[in-house]
Design a protein around this ligand. Structure first.
Ligand SMILES: [Zn+2]
Ligand SMILES: [Zn+2]
Length: 338
C-alpha cells in the first residue's frame, strides 16, 4: 500500500510502505474510512520539531476492522471502530484512574494517514459502534479520535461547570471544539480568542458568546474587562506557545483553572508568577479513550456536529496539499478519504 511519510520541513510524500500486519496477538488491522491532518502534525512539518529520518504520519482514525489477533475479544472483523491516538490496555492503574493516554503499555499511533492501520492493544483502545454509521456522520465521528476528545479534556481539566465563565485560547480545531465542549458542559459565557473571520463564525456557532481579537497583555486586559476585573473561572490553552500559555494563566481568576492541551514548544513558566497567580493547572495528552463512548453517542444521537471543523476534504493521495492548506491557514482541518 501507500502511506504518508514526512521527510523534512514542508516535504510530505505519499509513497510505498509495507502493508501493516498483525504482530502481537492483541493487535487489530483496520481499513480506514477516514483520517485527517492534525494541528500537531504541523510542528514537525514546519521544522519546529526536528526529524532525523523519514517519519510515517497520522494518528486520527476510524474504520472497519479487517483482522484481529488471537487474543482480541471485544472487537471483530466487519465492525466500525474508533480509537485514540494513544493506545491503552484500559486495565492498568493509570487507565483505571481515567488517564489512558498515560497507560503503562501506551504506544502512540503514527501511521494513520494510510488506507490500512495496525492498532496495538485493540481491546483497550478501540470502541466499536453498534452498526456501520452512514457516510455523513464520518467527519464528526473521526473528530472523537483526537480533536474533539482533546477539546473535551481541555474543558473537563479546566473544570467547566454549568454557569462557568470560560476563555478558549486558540482558534484551531481543538480550540473550536473546546468551545463546543464547554457549551455542552453548560458554560454560561464563552470567550474565544480569534482574529480569523471564518473561525470566529464557527466559534459562535459552537457556542462562543464573546470574541477577543487582542493577544498577549492586551488580550489579558480585554478578558479582565469582560470578567469584572478578575479573569475567567476556566481557561483552555489550545496552542502550546509561550505567549498563549502566559495569556491563559494570566486570564484565569485566582482560584480558577487553566488547562493546557496544545503540545508545548518552548514554553517555560516562571515559578514566582505561577505562585502569585493562584491558578490550578492541569493538562497533557488528552485521555481520549475515557471520553470516546460518550462522545460517539453524542454524535450518533445528533446532539453535536464537531465535523464542521473539517473545511477541506481531499483524497488521501493528495495529503501533501492537505498539510499545505493547513500550514497556510487556508484550511482549519483537512479530512482525507482513502
Ligand atoms: Zn491529532
Ligand atoms: Zn493502561
Amino acid at each position: 500500500m501507500r502511506g504518508t511519510v514526512l521527510y523534512g520541513p514542508h516535504d510530505v510524500r505519499f509513497e510505498d510502505c509495507p502493508d501493516p500486519k498483525i504482530i502481537q496477538p492483541t493487535d487489530a488491522i483496520i481499513r480506514m474510512s477516514a483520517t485527517c491532518v492534525c494541528g500537531s502534525d504541523l510542528w514537525p512539518y514546519r521544522g519546529a520539531q526536528p526529524i532525523t529520518e523519514p517519519t510515517p504520519m497520522g494518528h486520527e482514525y476510524c474504520g472497519i476492522v479487517e483482522e484481529v489477533g488471537r487474543a482480541v475479544t471485544s472487537v471483530r472483523p466487519g465492525q466500525f471502530v474508533i480509537g485514540s491516538f494513544a493506545t491503552s490496555d484500559n486495565t492498568c492503574p493509570n487507565c483505571q484512574y481515567g488517564y489512558q493516554s498515560s497507560c503503562m503499555h501506551r504506544e502512540f499511533i503514527t501511521r494513520a494517514q494510510a488506507p490500512v492501520l495496525r492498532v496495538p492493544l485493540a481491546d483497550g483502545t478501540l470502541v466499536p459502534t453498534s452498526g456501520v454509521p452512514s457516510n455523513d456522520l464520518l467527519p464528526s465521528l473521526l473528530t472523537t479520535s483526537d480533536v474533539l476528545g482533546t477539546g473535551w479534556f481541555a474543558a473537563d481539566a479546566a473544570n467547566v461547570k454549568p454557569g462557568s465563565t470560560v476563555v478558549v485560547v486558540g482558534d484551531g480545531a481543538v480550540g473550536l471544539l473546546g468551545i463546543l465542549s464547554a457549551k455542552q458542559m453548560g458554560a454560561g459565557r464563552i470567550i474565544a480568542i480569534s482574529r480569523h473571520e471564518k473561525r470566529q463564525k464557527l466559534a459562535r456557532e459552537f457556542g462562543a458568546t464573546d470574541i477577543v481579537t487582542e493577544r498577549g497583555d492586551e488580550g489579558v486586559a480585554r478578558i479582565k474587562e469582560l470578567t469584572r476585573g478578575i479573569g475567567a473561572d476556566s481557561v483552555l490553552e489550545c496552542v502550546g506557545t509561550q505567549e498563549s500559555m502566559k495569556q491563559a494563566i494570566r486570564a484565569t481568576r485566582p482560584g480558577g483553572y487553566t488547562s493546557f492541551v496544545g503540545v508545548p514548544h518552548g514554553v517555560e513558566l516562571d515559578g514566582q508568577e505561577l505562585f502569585f497567580a493562584h491558578v490550578r493547572l492541569h493538562g497533557g495528552p488528552a485521555p481520549v479513550r475515557r471520553y470516546l463512548p460518550k462522545l460517539i453517542d453524542l454524535v450518533l444521537n445528533g446532539k453535536i456536529s464537531p465535523g464542521k471543523v473539517f473545511d477541506l476534504t481531499l483524497p488521501l493521495d493528495q495529503v501533501a496539499e492537505g498539510y499545505r492548506a493547513m500550514d497556510e491557514r487556508r484550511a482549519i482541518k483537512t479530512l482525507l478519504r482513502p
